[in-house]
Design a protein around this ligand. Structure first.
Ligand code: SF4
Length: 328
């Protein structure tokens, strides 16, 4: 391996106990076979052998596979994995005992999604009824257990005016970081984009609000750009992160249906030994795709007649990339 891998994300499942209107990965609608517990354990075992800054357990709602999450955390911990371990969650399934088990098993940080801070805005986007209080409870359980808490939030038509209050709330609750990222035109977010999305200048006003509050709160405020990783790929000329989907595939990006390595067929060791993170960026399909992506409006679930992201099988370039690497 001739480069440093910054981070890994592992999608534990695309099942979810919510059906949010803006969900970019169609969580809860996917009927494809996800990797089983043994394959997931093997992925954690392999990941733990590489030095990296952070490992994130993503979803769907990862706690719907709580045992797999706990096993995975223990595998990382027992193998002295170097990366800080984070998990995303909607917060609805938490209680004190689960929070303590996750901490004990090795979780460092949890990122709760909070896309509305009153019942009207929260339940609207989540298509739920009166569940917001559970997220506030989850934040308390996580903090009581010594976990670092981060909040992620997506601005939409119904929570647009809440961001100053959200910043204040995060400060009050001792949230370490508030990460705001624009709504993506993907998944259910694409179906509902027209009436949920903000104008670019409205998104910019939220980014400005975060910047202007930066020195008056203990919470770190971040405006995230979902396209950043493509700029990073272009600059570094290799893929410095490993994104593993719930089907056991390493994907080019969570937002494109392109598999660059299939862990159901090949090992993570081969991925690195063959320098796939470098070769992938030389593949014509990937080169062309990356050259076309400059901002979030360049993504849709139906990207250029490609398979429907998350609901249909990805274009799998593993074999071609393996050939390329062997004959390079
Ligand atoms: S946005 Fe998150 S909580 Fe909502 S359906 Fe998707 S995965 Fe579940």
């Amino acid at each position: 391996m001739q480069f440093f891998v910054e981070s890994a994300s592992i999608d534990i499942t695309y099942k979810c106990n919510l059906r949010c209107r803006h969900c970019f990965d169609f969580a809860g609608e996917n009927s494809r076979d996800e990797i089983d517990d043994t394959a997931l354990d093997n992925i954690f075992e392999s990941i733990s052998k590489y030095e990296m800054n952070s490992i994130c357990l993503c979803g769907g709602e990862p706690l719907l596979r709580l045992n797999s999450v706990i096993n995975g955390l223990q595998i990382l911990k027992n193998n002295n994995s170097s990366g800080k371990v984070a998990m995303v969650s909607n917060g609805l399934l938490w209680n004190q005992s689960i929070a303590e088990s996750l901490k004990e098993a090795g979780l460092d940080l949890v990122q709760f999604s909070l896309d509305g801070i009153n019942d009207a805005s929260y339940d609207f986007i989540r298509q739920s009824a009166g569940k917001l209080h559970k997220v506030f409870d989850a934040i308390k359980y996580a903090k009581n257990s010594g976990l670092t808490v981060v909040i992620s939030s997506i601005p939409h038509r119904k929570n647009f005016s809440e961001f100053q209050a959200l910043i204040n709330l995060c400060d009050e609750l001792g949230v370490s970081e508030l990460r705001v990222q624009p709504l993506m035109n993907l998944g259910r977010g694409e179906k509902n984009y027209e009436y949920l999305s903000l104008m670019p200048e409205e998104n910019e006003s939220i980014a400005t609000l975060l910047a202007s509050n930066a020195n008056s709160t203990k919470t770190r405020l971040i405006w995230g750009d979902p396209v950043d990783h493509f700029y990073m790929y272009r600059e570094l000329k290799y893929i410095p992160q490993i994104c593993i989907n719930a089907f056991g595939e390493i994907v080019l990006s969570p937002y494109l249906p392109i598999t660059i390595w299939n862990l159901r067929k090949y090992s993570l060791k081969e991925y690195f030994d063959l320098n796939i993170p470098v070769h992938a960026l030389k593949h014509e399909t990937i080169k062309n795709l990356i050259s076309e992506i400059h901002d979030i409006s360049d993504f849709t679930s139906h990207h250029k007649d490609m398979p429907l992201l998350f609901l249909e099988s990805n274009i799998d370039l593993s074999e071609e990339l393996k050939e390329m690497a062997l004959y390079a």
